[in-house]
Design a protein around this ligand. Structure first.
Ligand code: TYM
Length: 334
């Protein structure tokens, strides 16, 4: 079993990332047996699709590394690194550009969402983004890829690219990866709009809970979260057509390790005036230890850089045989 996943180091780690992906990373790391390996990385090569100044990008990578360690990724047990330190990602991406089809990329909903009406003005990097993601996964022959729901289509593309490459060159080189998507929290929604996913790129900071938010800020954001005037129903089916209520109950249930039905039963007939402070409390208690570890780790740039360098050396060694075999399969002599 080879577990692998990545996160873009742009902005803060937020509750959507944490409940949709990172918590699963930590769980898989903690439950891993001796024959398995976990690779977690900061997708800084993907982050060039968002314009950022040099200093800010350097800070972002260290911030995200600290956030992952604070959230429970242990660099002694998992290989933690940033993509830019491992050239195999960019190299394999280029090789796979010969395999991936424009028609496949045209169907990527995340690309369509991100470019909106300005397709002509979008960078080539944004279009090819999913091919780099396929390279990230295939370079390590990852078997399990823990992600949120929004990455499902990119995982399917990685499988398509792997299959076509193997067929075209008559090899059994790439393993088909399986997405691991949580049942309860695969799609955490914005606090301002229950139909939009919680995201780093939302201009309103009130739309998301950051893992670095102070207790007061968390309480404020929950208090101001959009809701409806109805009381809570006595079971989860009653949340249908109420996206904001559904999202908040889902977050509560995930954090409390229970079901939406159980939370509804507890708050049946009560309004959000009673529910929100309870949700805020659970959030504050969950995030406080992560935030305090983050603050501590963030004071030592050199230690964070050392973690990433050490991880990159291990990652490069793990990717090398597959990369070499891909060049060889294509008749490219290195
Ligand atoms: P990114 O940086 O957008 O998000 C990191 C992880 O968080 C999940 N996620 C969410 N889950 C639930 N609800 C939300 N509102 C929410 N927002 C984000 C994402 O699904 C993801 O798992 N393309 C990837 C990074 C990447 C990658 C990879 C992932 C690059 N190469 C290879 C896996 C394998 C991305 O931009 O994730």
């Amino acid at each position: 079993m080879r577990v692998l996943s990545g996160i873009q180091p742009t902005g803060n780690l937020h509750l959507g990332n944490y409940l949709g992906a990172i918590r699963n990373w930590v769980r898989m790391q903690d439950e891993m047996d001796s024959g398995s390996q976990c690779f977690f990385f900061l997708a800084d090569m993907h982050s060039i699709t968002v314009h950022e100044g040099r200093e800010q990008r350097i800070r972002n990578v260290r911030d995200m590394a600290a956030a992952l360690v604070a959230a429970g990724i242990d660099p002694d047990r998992s290989v933690l690194f940033n993509q830019a330190r491992v050239p195999a990602h960019a190299e394999l991406c280029w090789l796979l550009n010969g395999t991936a089809r424009i028609g496949w990329l045209n169907r990527m909903t995340q690309f369509k969402d991100k470019v909106g009406k300005d397709r002509e003005g979008a960078s080539i990097g944004l279009f090819v983004y999913p091919v780099l993601q396929a390279a990230d996964i295939l370079a390590y022959n990852a078997t399990h890829v823990p992600v949120g729901e929004d990455q499902k289509q990119h995982l399917e593309l990685a499988r398509d690219i792997a299959t076509k490459f193997n067929t075209d060159f008559g090899v059994e080189l790439f393993t088909l990866p399986d997405p691991i998507i949580p049942k309860e929290s695969a799609r955490i929604m914005s606090l301002r709009d229950g139909t939009a996913k919680m995201s780093k790129s939302d201009p309103s900071d009130m739309s998301r809970i950051n893992l670095t938010d102070e207790d007061d800020a968390i309480m404020q954001k929950v208090k101001k979260a959009k809701t409806d005037p109805e009381p809570l129903p006595d079971n989860a089916a009653g949340l249908a057509g109420r996206p904001e209520a559904n999202n908040l109950v889902g977050i509560y249930a995930t954090l409390a390790g229970t079901t939406a039905d159980a939370i509804c039963a507890e708050f049946a007939g009560k309004g959000f005036g009673a529910f929100k402070p309870a949700l805020g409390e659970v959030l504050v208690e969950t995030l406080r230890p992560i935030r305090s570890r983050f603050m501590e780790l963030r004071t030592d740039d050199a230690a964070l850089d050392a973690i990433l360098e050490k991880g990159a050396a291990k990652a490069a060694a793990a990717a090398e045989p597959t990369l070499r075999a891909a060049y060889d399969a294509m008749g490219l002599m290195r």
